[in-house]
Design a protein around this ligand. Sequence first.
Ligand SMILES: N[C@@H](CC(=O)c1ccccc1NC=O)C(=O)O
Ligand SMILES: [Zn+2]
Ligand SMILES: [Zn+2]
Length: 209
Amino acid sequence: MSRIWDISQPLHAGVPVWPGEPAFALHSHAVIGDGCPVNVGGMSTPLHAGTHGDAPLHYANDGVSSADSDLDPYIGPCVLIDVRHAQGRVEVGDIDWDAVAGAERVLLRTYETFPHHVWDSDFTAIAAEVIARLGGMGVRLIGTDAASLDPEQSKTLDAHQAVKAADMRILEGLVLDDVPSGRYELIALPLRIVGADASPVRAILRELA
Ligand SMILES: N[C@@H](CC(=O)c1ccccc1NC=O)C(=O)O
Ligand SMILES: [Zn+2]
Ligand SMILES: [Zn+2]
């Protein structure tokens, strides 16, 4: 059997969320007891909490929602590239472009150790030029272990806009700590949430046969 890496953050009350967003919460609506045969829960979550896919609706009013997005970008061969050496922002010179050649899905590892317990305002963003070059090479999905492609304080979202121009899809908040660089099969499907600008995903990498 081929090995599977779970590259998703656990979702729980303490999962770091974008500043100002409400915490993730799991509620109990029913518990097993006299007259009740089941436990039943519900959840409340910011859509950009944990490991998630941005829908184009996040960065454009005419963009599709999670329910309406093609699924192709989120499933298939991918390459994981180590860019831990990048300073502040991933620039064109930080990427091993030979490793990218031919890939339709590219995941970038920026963290030495993923910050599971605190919000990191200084995450490593990605330059719009990098996205444009990836798009020009036929890449359809960009993934990162950072909370966003653009810096937390950005109001122009240049990298997201470059994704829009190339009609790519985005995964954010991946956990890539224990995964060697190289090629894998990616599966990270957004939920079919009508009108949603983002969705949690269960992201996995599977060793290629
Ligand atoms: N663009 C970010 C998310 C984002 O910008 C955001 C998420 C939640 C609440 C506010 C946000 N941005 C406000 O300027 C992302 O990459 O998904
Ligand atoms: Zn997001
Ligand atoms: Zn985003």
